[in-house]
Design a protein around this ligand. Structure first.
Ligand SMILES: [Zn+2]
Length: 485
């Protein structure tokens, strides 16, 4: 879920916290209300479902461990899809009922589709997610000497709505690609393998930070201070920067100017872990929104045989900065996929009206994690309409950008209820919270769209927490959505 502090100011957030004077007892639901009797999803598990929840979480952790960026996520999703019998779309005659197809977008986004028995112009079911997460990008001239102290630093530009201080003192890995004018594509990964070096943004010691203590919450670190150490050993005749550049040039056979044509991201190098003595929570970087991405990919791969309506999982990029660029949801990637599939089904009779009808009749779940009620800061949520971790799939209303109509919301509620999947709702505190998803870009195409998610704690931090039972229920919902009559 996008949080852009240029659109919603942190001052607004802080003011809201100030206004909230009561410490809110989250579990004190209104007397006599249906919402007061909702149980933790853990208490609703039957038979071997608890084992299923934990097994699903292990596979999710494996994916989160390798899928640290949109690119590495794409690579992993392609691997999983091919293992599940999906083939890359190259020719219109592949679009037959039951076909399992991959429609990639520039190695950074993709659509997985299982073609239904009915044509797309009669309807389709799509789950849309994003697999970019907040991170720190390298500037095109990335290696510089520190002003003092004899170290070399990476110059960086943060990506997405982050609380900058959370990225200090965390081991960071450098992941991405470099492309060269002579046509080479070089994959870069430093910091994820055991024994790899990592990069760290160094905070000030409490012994000497008196002059920094008046900084406000959002400026504990400033944007230009998010520069991790990249080297410390100088050569006899040249400085430490020259040594860093020499090491990188030797390792990847590149020139310094090649950093200009590179997509290199600093991401937390920490491993996904279980949180709590009962292991009920999953802690990992990048769950917004690779948690939903994994659920959607697994759900579409679990579609067996030929569904009535074509089932699609759309994994987009750049959501955290407004779905920009040519693999973001504001681009024509999804329309292009629909045009290719509808064009294959209509062949010579295809017209723009067919595409518009297919889009208008598509039913979409915009799946994205959302802010869960924080046990330490309940006053930043409005508890009567907030989501709790472990209490089910979230129906989001009045987030930002778009909202589902009542009849489609009722349709989705019916799917949840018939499949026995616990659900709750989420509406941000008025004038305080909010966040965008890719749903608005699809509702703009006249698709029927609802915004669903699961709650996270420590959202957009370097280590987000989700409930394992929520992730499993989200996956089960998506399967039921694809199969629903
Ligand atoms: Zn987000």
């Amino acid at each position: 879920m996008e949080w852009n502090c240029r659109l919603k100011s942190w001052a607004c957030w802080a003011l809201g916290s100030l206004i909230a004077t009561t410490a809110l007892a989250q579990d004190s639901a209104p007397n006599g209300s249906a919402w007061g009797s909702k149980k933790s999803s853990w208490l609703l598990l039957q038979g071997g479902q608890r084992e299923d929840v934990f097994a699903f979480a292990e596979r999710l952790k494996d994916y989160l461990n390798v899928a640290r960026t949109a690119q590495t996520s794409t690579t992993e999703l392609l691997r999983m899809a091919k293992a599940a019998g999906f083939a890359e779309f190259t020719r219109p005659d592949q679009v037959k009922p039951g076909a399992r197809l991959i429609l990639p977008a520039r190695e950074r986004a993709l659509v997985l589709a299982v073609i239904g028995s009915r044509p797309l112009t009669e309807g389709s079911r799509l789950v849309g997610t994003h697999h970019d997460s907040p991170h720190i990008d390298l500037k095109p001239r990335p290696v510089v000497p520190a002003a003092q102290g004899g170290l070399a630093l990476f110059k960086t530009m943060y990506y997405g709505g982050i609380k900058k201080h959370q990225w200090a003192n965390v081991p960071l890995a450098l992941v991405g690609r470099i492309d060269t004018p002579d046509g080479r594509h070089i994959d870069v990964s430093i910091g994820l393998a055991p024994g790899d070096p990592v990069f760290v943004i160094g905070d000030n010691a409490p012994h000497s930070d008196r002059d920094l203590r008046t900084r406000t919450y959002q400026d504990v670190f400033k944007g230009e201070e998010l520069d991790p150490v990249v080297g410390s050993v100088p050569a006899e005749k040249s400085g430490v920067v020259a040594e860093v550049l020499r090491a990188l040039k030797d390792k990847y056979a590149i020139q310094e100017e090649d950093f200009v044509s590179a997509d290199l991201q600093l991401v937390p190098a920490t491993l996904p872990r279980d949180v709590g003595i009962d292991r009920g929570l999953l802690g990992a970087y990048g769950q917004d929104d690779r948690l939903s991405t994994y659920c959607a990919a697994q759900a579409v791969m679990a579609v067996a045989g030929t569904p009535a309506l074509t089932a699609l999982a759309y994994v987009s990029n750049f959501e955290e900065v407004g779905s920009i660029n040519n693999t973001g949801a504001a681009s024509q990637v999804l329309n292009g996929v629909y045009a290719r599939l509808v064009g294959a089904q209509r062949a010579g009779a295809y017209s723009d009206l067919d595409l518009r009808q297919a889009l208008r009749r598509a039913q979409v779940v915009s799946a994205d994690t959302n802010d869960g009620l924080n046990p330490l800061f309940p006053e930043t949520s409005e508890p009567s309409n907030s989501a709790k971790v472990g209490y089910g799939v979230t129906i989001k209303r009045y987030g930002r950008g778009f909202d589902a109509n009542s009849e489609y919301t009722a349709f989705v509620r019916g799917i949840l209820d018939r499949a026995g999947i616990p659900w709750q709702t989420q509406t941000p505190k008025v004038d305080v919270g909010g966040g965008g998803t890719i749903g608005g870009f699809m509702s703009r195409e006249e698709m029927e769209v609802i915004d669903l998610g699961v709650p996270l704690i420590s959202m957009h931090s370097t280590f987000e927490m989700s409930s394992k039972v929520d992730a499993w229920n989200f996956f089960r919902f998506m399967k039921a959505f694809y199969a629903a009559p």
